[in-house]
Write a new protein. Structure first.
Length: 596
């Protein structure tokens, strides 16, 4: 679907460039770039022969080589438009004097992996994406990187690779899906997950559920609320790794290709000026990103991904750092799942740039952080104005709520911390008896089978990074609770995590996880759990002596994955509060790829 005004603006710009003879190609000193190792000198004749075989000219071979990485696949609508967009990125790179080299990496799409053992692969895929992009870039000595991603874990995975490699890079979100229409209202895939619970409770017919599933996802693009993909897209702009305004346009809008093409040109500017990801990703810019997550009621998964991105830069940044920001930030964007509006609605009234400008104007962001444009965050947003006659965005002085849509918790049940999304919630306290489940499937069966009572605190454990392994999301279970009409009357805690689409009193990332002997693994049915999101507390009414007695009797459990990628992940993954990372990070480096 074209977005007329932006397409016309892009067309005008192209016409002007043609009249001037096109964009000026930049000049680069190959002796200082990684690609010299594969293109320069007599000893690289065999390497150049491979490049000639693919139709490159002598001029193209001796230009900077720019990786254009996408997570394109046919697994889900999140990724299906990325191949098309890659062509626009390549055009921009070529116009500005670079030689683009397209490659792809994996994705695991959460909507399809959800609710079964496939979800164990999701978080693992984030690190495999980062690893595979790193290896492709290293193996072929590319000088810069344009990375396009669509699904939840592919966004942080691509950003992690950029910071790890530290070559000039531009991140690009593939774009949101448009909302579906069902019974006169906008719907997203989360409505379908909740429909499963409604169907189980006899509140939705077979025919209605079938109709809902057929209309909820009408086109290409990532899930349509302020779920994980759109949250991390906002992060990409707030942290400074993406061009201003690039996160907004839906995947199916033609205007997105013009933005992508411009980003291809921009990476060549970053290469010329040697603007690197670690110049951009700093403690201050991480705080900026966390602030935007809180202000938009974003996904709790950001509390995993921001520490992981920081880790690649050698910055220690944990769940507690994220929670500190969440505590001070007002919630000012009325977005699904806690609010009314979709990411498309957000785009139509100005996108995340409006949120960034409003936070800047009220002293809640550090404005002098460098971005990939070569300008600061404040300079990038100088001309943004707050839109009138809309209720998607609120002013900081009149917020939806005075503290962020996401809250960090601590207590004797979560010494390492936990996290909950409170956007849209009115009751921020809960107390009840524990109902223990040692895997998500058993909890889901209890919810669907009418085995949960109002007032229960559902505990799903052994689903953490090591114990799962893979730290599954629990959207199938939480959505089923809402579908059955119990979303406000029960709570759920887990050492796993939640989809950005989850709503209700659902606490994730409880640490230490059960698999390493954390308190969540010591609970018994009937233990009284107290949650206070206002005070940031998560406790069980047991004495330290009783917890110690149970700990002495606790024994580790074996999971079912004793070989392959999930086994390897379980051997190396760290705790959730530090980002569930799998290697020592930038702080341990003795060299940086960009300087080879």
């Amino acid at each position: 679907m074209p977005d007329g005004s932006r397409v016309r603006a892009a067309t005008k710009k192209k016409t002007a460039l043609k009249k001037k003879g096109g964009p000026a190609k930049r000049r680069f000193d190959k002796s200082k770039l990684p690609s010299r190792h594969v293109t320069e000198g007599p000893e690289r004749a065999p390497h150049r022969s491979y490049l000639y075989a693919m139709g490159l000219t002598e001029e193209q071979i001796h230009q900077p080589l720019v990786g254009v990485a996408t997570c394109w696949n046919e697994a889900a609508p999140c990724n299906i438009s990325l191949s098309r967009q890659a062509q626009a990125a390549k055009k921009g790179v070529a116009e500005a004097g670079g030689t683009p080299r397209e490659f792809t990496t994996i994705t695991v799409t959460d909507g399809i992996a959800m609710g079964h053992a496939g979800m164990k692969s999701s978080l693992v895929s984030r690190d495999v994406i980062a690893d595979s992009v790193e290896l492709t870039m290293r193996g072929h000595c590319y000088d810069a990187l344009v990375g396009l991603a669509g699904c939840d874990k592919s966004l942080p995975g691509m950003m992690m690779a950029m910071v790890r490699l530290n070559v000039p890079s531009i991140f690009l979100y593939g774009g949101t899906i448009l909302p579906g229409r069902f019974e006169g209202r906008d719907v997203t895939v989360v409505d379908v997950f909740e429909g499963v619970g409604m169907h189980a409770a006899g509140r939705m017919s077979d025919a209605s559920l079938e109709k809902l599933e057929m209309v909820a996802c009408p086109c290409a693009g990532s899930c349509g609320g302020q779920f994980t993909a759109n949250t991390m897209a906002c992060v990409s702009e707030a942290i400074g790794l993406a061009m201003p305004g690039s996160a907004g346009a839906p995947a199916s809008f033609e205007s997105r290709d013009a933005v992508v093409e411009e980003s291809g040109r921009a990476v060549m500017y970053a290469l010329e000026k040697n603007i690197r990801p670690r110049d951009v990703v700093t403690r201050e810019s991480l705080d900026n990103a966390a602030t935007v997550v809180a202000a938009t009621g974003g996904s709790t998964n950001a509390a995993l991904h921001l520490p992981a991105i920081a880790h690649e830069a050698g910055i220690k940044y944990t769940l507690q750092d994220v929670a500190r920001i969440f505590k001070r930030t007002p919630y000012i964007a009325d977005l699904m799942p806690g609010g009314k509006y979709t990411a498309t609605d957000m785009y139509r009234v100005g996108g995340v740039q409006v949120i960034i400008k409003e936070l800047l104007d009220n002293g809640l962001l550090t404005g002098d952080c460098l971005t990939v444009t070569g300008k600061t965050l404040a300079q990038n947003h100088r001309g943004v104005k707050f839109p009138k006659n809309q209720d998607v965005f609120y002013r900081v002085k009149n917020p939806i709520s005075p503290t962020g849509g996401v809250v960090g918790l601590k207590g004797n049940l979560a010494p390492d911390g936990a996290i909950v999304k409170v956007a849209g919630m009115t009751n921020l306290k809960f107390q009840g008896p524990a109902r223990i489940f040692d895997c998500e499937e058993d909890a889901f069966a209890a919810v669907i089978g009418d085995g949960i009572k109002e007032g229960d605190v559902i505990v799903i454990r052994y689903e953490g990074p090591k114990g799962g392994p893979g730290m599954r999301e629990m959207l199938s279970t939480t959505a089923a609770l809402y579908g059955r009409g119990m979303g406000e009357n029960v709570a759920l805690i887990t050492d796993g995590r939640f989809s950005g689409g989850t709503r209700g009193f659902c606490i994730g990332h409880v640490g230490p996880e059960a698999a390493v002997g954390g308190p969540i693994g010591l609970l018994k049915n009937g233990d009284i759990i107290t949650i206070d999101a206002k005070r940031g507390k998560l406790d069980v009414q047991l004495s330290a002596a009783e917890l110690d007695r149970r700990r002495k009797k606790w024994k580790p459990r074996n999971h079912d994955f004793q070989s392959g990628a999930l086994w390897r992940y379980a051997q190396t993954v760290g705790p959730a509060y530090a980002g569930a990372v799998v290697h020592p990070g930038g702080k341990a480096e003795s060299h940086c790829y960009a300087d080879i």
